[in-house]
Design a protein around this ligand. Structure first.
Ligand SMILES: [Mg+2]
Length: 245
């Protein structure tokens, strides 16, 4: 069995359009050949359920940066409850002299303008269960990260936002799912950003697409395959590495 863990924003989905474009036929080809494609993302279960319908990704999923593995008969939570994460984030921001604006502080309209998402998508993005996505409005990033660490949280950095979450990452969730699947599963992963490092480190075959600005994230991993394409174009190349057409 082949398992492909994939980041979504900037990897399977275009950074600007949120669509898979040239990756879609390759995704279908892998699925038809029995490859288990597992989204691993900061997205919420509500967003992932919608994507399942829209792009035919039946699950399981790694949601909210590794806080949970859900779907297709798997239901394992590694994360802290959302209200607890928000309380610790507020406390840490106060201690670090930082000003943050979380999705939970924001209106649906705010989230729409920050992300460019339409209203239903912004509603789904706000339905967070184990992690808080936020903008750092002022203050020092390192001081905030240290204050979060003192409170048992870590901070993940995406292209647009930071996310506060418990001490788990996409890699922990990937290892959990691989343990469920058993030793015969051959693991691949593809990402575009520094916050995919733990995921890429958890698999046998890590791959990196170019980010939307045309650069590769500065990741140092043995056997990391750097693909030429940006986002979904790189994803299509990744699929051809896994399973030559
Ligand atoms: Mg990404």
């Amino acid at each position: 069995m082949i398992v492909l863990f994939t980041d979504l924003d900037g990897t399977l989905l275009d950074h600007h359009t949120y669509r898979p474009g040239p990756a879609l036929p390759e995704l279908r080809r892998l699925q038809a050949a029995g490859v288990l494609v597992v989204p691993a993302t900061a997205k919420t279960p509500a967003e992932l359920a919608w994507l399942a319908d829209e792009f035919g990704l039946p699950g399981p999923y790694i949601a909210e940066n590794g806080a949970a593995v859900v779907g297709a008969g798997v239901d394992r939570v590694l994360g802290l409850p959302y209200d607890e994460v928000r309380a610790r984030l507020r406390d840490a921001a106060g201690a670090a002299g930082a000003e943050v604006a979380g999705f939970g502080d924001a209106t649906v309209e705010d989230v729409m303008s920050w992300t460019g998402l339409d209203r239903p998508a912004a509603v789904r993005a706000r339905q967070r269960r184990w992690s808080e996505t936020f903008r750092l409005l002022s203050g020092d990033e390192c001081a905030l990260a240290a204050a979060l660490a003192e409170r048992g949280l870590t901070m993940a950095r995406g292209a647009r936002f930071r996310t506060a979450l418990g001490r788990h990452d996409k890699g922990d969730a990937a290892r959990l799912l691989l343990a469920v699947l058993g030793p015969d599963a051959v693991s691949w992963a593809v990402g575009d950003a520094a916050n995919d490092f733990a995921l890429l480190a958890a698999v046998r075959h890590p791959m990196l697409v170019r980010a939307h600005d045309g650069t590769w994230a500065d990741l140092d991993l043995p056997d990391l395959l750097r693909l030429d394409g940006i986002g979904p174009a790189g994803w299509a190349q990744a699929a051809r590495h896994i399973l030559p057409p």
